[in-house]
Ligand binder design. Structure first.
Ligand code: UDP
Ligand code: MG
Length: 316
């Protein structure tokens, strides 16, 4: 008999897809258990992230028919990252390995077999990496790829084209549990845990039904969150720009003195106004970046709970 697998699925307003996802996962579990790749104690855990539709009712109904389906109901909507963490932290003591997966069937369920095989080879973390993004719109593909490049440039290293579809062993989860930060960016934290890791390629499908819960505004916020919670490179960049500006300003002073003594000083209104606005903008931007970090420190020092669970179905 194999090790115990828990699959954690965060769900926010997923009533259109949930039954289909549950059906396909159940089928996958049936074959895996029959092949003795995973134990019969394995479970599928849906985390309801404060959905406003019938998502939680569907989870209860699934649980009623088949105890392999478990549920965690959060007290309110906390966002994908926190919902996922709630699931991972709840199941980490009863699973040998945990796979996190989206509810919308964009993550290919068949990649699970290879993930488990890699786990059996001794890897603690197996990243699901998209082989191509053919099904995404050009806009989504472009923004996502810019995001990875920008992240790397700003010193926040993440696995390229990997979202939150991954397998983690129990000891990797115990490692993750030691990260106490409130500003969560899991795909940046997981590589910091260490332990042997590898990747599995899969093709990202289109959303099965329903709409994306990550509109542009949320995506931009998420990118900002990722960068500022993993690296202080932007603040260093400000310092570099500051040094460059000072050097330039020294040259400007020399030029001004020259013009004062030998030229016509009334000219230069345009350059004056341009640099005034430019430097003003730069200062505001820099204060904004520093402020972002200060705000983050503020939120971290409060140590507010990252999630609150209102109900468990069949999970300890
Ligand atoms: N999700 C969540 N809480 C939220 C937003 C999203 O738990 O506040 C879940 C959602 O149900 C899905 C996963 O996070 O299972 C990814 O969301 P989505 O598919 O909308 O994002 P996309 O794939 O478009 O980036
Ligand atoms: Mg999706």
């Amino acid at each position: 008999m194999g090790d115990t697998l828990y699959v954690v699925v965060p769900c926010y307003n997923e009533q259109e897809v949930l039954r289909e996802t549950a059906k396909r996962l159940r089928e996958k579990f049936r074959t895996l258990i029959a092949a003795e790749k995973i134990s019969a104690r394995s479970r599928i855990v849906f985390v309801n992230d404060g959905s406003k539709d019938a998502t939680w009712d569907i989870i209860r109904e699934l649980h009623g028919h088949d105890k392999i389906f478990s549920g965690i109901n959060l007290s309110r909507n906390r966002g994908h990252q926190n919902a996922l963490l709630a699931g991972l932290m709840t199941v980490k003591d009863c699973a040998d390995m945990v796979i996190s997966m989206d509810a919308d069937l964009q993550d290919d369920i068949d990649a699970v077999d290879e993930m488990i095989a890699r786990y059996a080879d001794g890897f603690d973390i197996v990243y699901g990496v998209r082989s191509k993004r053919a099904t995404d719109t050009f806009f989504k593909r472009f923004t996502a790829e810019t995001f990875y490049k920008l992240m790397k440039f700003l010193g926040a290293d993440t696995v390229y084209n990997h979202a939150d579809y991954r397998l983690m062993s129990r000891r990797a989860l115990e490692g993750l549990a030691q990260f106490g930060e409130v500003n969560l960016f899991l795909r940046g934290l997981v590589p910091l845990i260490g332990y042997p890791s590898t990747s599995v390629l899969y093709e990202r499908a289109e959303r099965f039904a329903g709409v994306s819960k990550y509109p542009l505004k949320k995506m931009l916020f998420f990118a900002l969150q990722g960068i500022t919670s993993l690296s202080v490179e932007p603040i260093r960049l400000i310092t570099t720009v500051g040094v460059a500006m000072s050097t330039v300003s020294f040259a400007v002073i020399l030029w001004t003195l020259y013009e004062y003594f030998f030229g016509d000083t009334v000219r230069g209104w345009a350059s004056m106004l341009a640099s005034l606005w430019f430097i003003g903008g730069l200062i505001l931007l820099s204060i904004g970046i520093v402020g972002e970090y200060v705000g983050k420190i503020y939120l971290e020092t409060k140590k507010r709970p990252r999630f609150i669970v209102s109900e468990f179905l069949n999970v300890p």
